[in-house]
Design a binder for this molecule. Structure first.
Ligand code: NAD
Length: 476
């Protein structure tokens, strides 16, 4: 391979990148080599080709479902629609899912699916045909089911595709009382859970907010604690990037740049994310947003001055050729695998704190887990306790007023009285998961004197997976 191409995201390299990160954790573990090899390897790879009639032509569609680990069942992971989909990519993303689930205590093995299409170049009707046919292929090979393998949205897919998947599954398995749990990320009207759509972006926000609360870490990079006033750049204004941007903006951070496929926009005073979305809907592009400067080459936006950089689009966007030019003090990996191992080493030498994908974007799978539980229990979160909590709160307030001989103001009373509904419970569960996950990683980093959060996160994940293997009694 020519030197020039060594660090390019070439075919068959992404899986090796993750293996390299995994291997860095080995020296902090005392685990038999064979078991580590088993954890690293993909348990099952299903590569399929199927025909779909598009217009008057028959097109052969290439697609994948990879189950990386069966140490816990079902397997879980999103489905990606992109023209760049290939086996190596889907294997890697499925491996990341295994580590992610272990870190946030979600009892699933990792999986991932992908269809090699450009969803922007295919009509809605054809995307539906392709999605339904893909689901049928998964059913035929027993690669989908509430206790087997449960897909979810990823790059290029959303609620719409998930409801087609559910509908196709139900039509083949109408007697399965748990059929709703065969896929997550569904619309709320079709068994989805409130809060799933924004979960990954909100999880990214909770994770970065927690890091920014750490005085020691913040002073090591010359920043004050807290998010207020921190300058943020976000790449990718899709599901993850858009929601993360919105939560950072609401918390008082300043979104100085947003990058999309067609270019980036910059305003050092800050961009209003919802106005940018309105502009995008109106003009079809984020460029020429009033008050902002256009940046033609979208990649250069990653190199602008800021405190926090959030890549939320695709993998390998920070590589050894641009890592040295990154000026951010914190990088939050909202996307999967946005930093190559070579770039990671450069960033570490520069003292940049990288919050790794296997922790930071786990909000989606966490809330998918809540949705799966909701589907299996056949009851909405909050249904049992909302009224009970409200009655208890009312009694408590009455006692306080009697004892204090004082009336609590009406508005404050209203807030205290309110019992939790589904979105409150989901967000509370997500917040707790992200905060406790962060501290587990930080504790390992400190106690094992590990240089960075990524290796610490891998140590945490591997230990958890080994525990499960031992509990299964597979390796007595
Ligand atoms: P999405 O399809 O909703 O959005 C991706 C966005 O990135 C799109 O707006 C697209 O136009 C933009 N984009 C594509 N190429 C770009 C480029 N070169 N420069 C700038 N922007 C570009 O996808 P998503 O669901 O938001 O996923 C984004 C990333 O987050 C992926 O890596 C995915 O694997 C990861 N992720 C997603 C979820 C989830 O719940 N959706 C969960 C975990 C991880």
């Amino acid at each position: 391979m020519s030197k020039k191409n060594q660090d390019k995201p070439v075919k068959n390299s992404f899986f090796n990148c993750i293996e390299k990160n995994f291997d860095k954790a080995e020296r902090f573990l005392s685990i038999e080599k064979g078991l580590l090899e088993q954890i690293k390897s993909c348990n099952a790879v299903y590569r399929m080709n199927f025909p779909v009639k598009i217009g008057k032509e028959i097109k052969v569609i290439e697609a994948y479902r990879v189950q990386h680990s069966h140490h816990k069942l079902p397997c879980k992971g999103g489905i990606r629609y992109s023209i760049k989909v290939n086996q190596d990519e889907i294997m890697t993303l499925s491996a990341l899912m295994t580590y992610k689930c272990a870190i946030v205590d979600v009892p699933f093995g990792g999986a991932k699916g992908g269809i090699k299409i450009d969803p922007q170049a295919v009509s809605e009707e054809d995307i539906e045909k392709i999605t339904r046919r893909y689901t049928s292929e998964l059913i035929k090979k027993n690669f989908i089911g509430p206790g087997i393998d449960v897909p979810a949205p990823d790059y290029g897919t959303g609620e719409r595709e998930m409801s087609w998947i559910f509908d196709t599954f139900l039509s083949v398995c109408p007697k399965d009382v748990d059929a709703l749990a065969c896929v997550t990320g569904k619309p709320v009207s079709q068994g989805g859970v409130r809060g799933r759509k924004e979960a990954t972006g909100l999880g990214v926000f909770y994770g970065i907010r927690e890091l920014c609360r750490m005085k020691e870490d913040m002073s090591s990079i010359g920043l004050d604690v807290g998010l207020v006033g921190k300058k943020i750049i976000i790449q990718g204004l899709g599901n993850v990037g858009y929601h993360a941007a919105t939560f950072f903006h609401e918390a008082g951070a300043i979104i100085v740049a947003l990058a999309e496929r067609e270019g980036a926009i910059y305003n050092q005073k800050g961009l209003n994310v919802s106005d940018v979305i309105l502009h995008l809907k109106k003009t079809g592009s984020i460029l020429n947003f009033p008050g902002a400067k256009n940046i033609e080459n979208t990649e250069t936006a990653l190199e602008l001055e800021c405190d926090i950089l959030i890549p939320a689009a695709l993998e390998n966007v920070i590589h050894k050729n641009n890592a040295n030019r990154i000026k951010a003090k914190i990088i939050g990996e909202a996307a999967n695998g946005p930093i190559t191992p070579e770039a990671d080493e450069i960033l570490e030498k520069k003292g940049i704190i990288v919050v790794p994908d296997i922790y930071l974007n786990a909000g989606g799978v966490t809330v998918s887990y809540f949705e799966w539980l909701k589907n299996l229990s056949h009851v909405r979160y909050g249904r049992m306790e909302k009224r009970f909590s409200e009655n208890m709160n009312a009694e408590l307030l009455q006692v306080i007023e009697t004892v204090c001989k004082n009336k609590i103001p009406k508005e404050e009373k209203k807030i205290i009285l309110k019992g939790p509904n589904e979105i409150d419970l989901v967000r509370s569960g997500l917040e707790d998961t992200m905060i406790s996950g962060f501290h587990k990683i930080l504790d390992i980093k400190k106690s094992s004197k590990i240089e960075n959060l990524r290796t610490s996160a891998f140590v945490l994940a591997i230990n958890k997976i080994v525990d499960s293997y031992e509990k299964l009694g597979i390796f007595p």
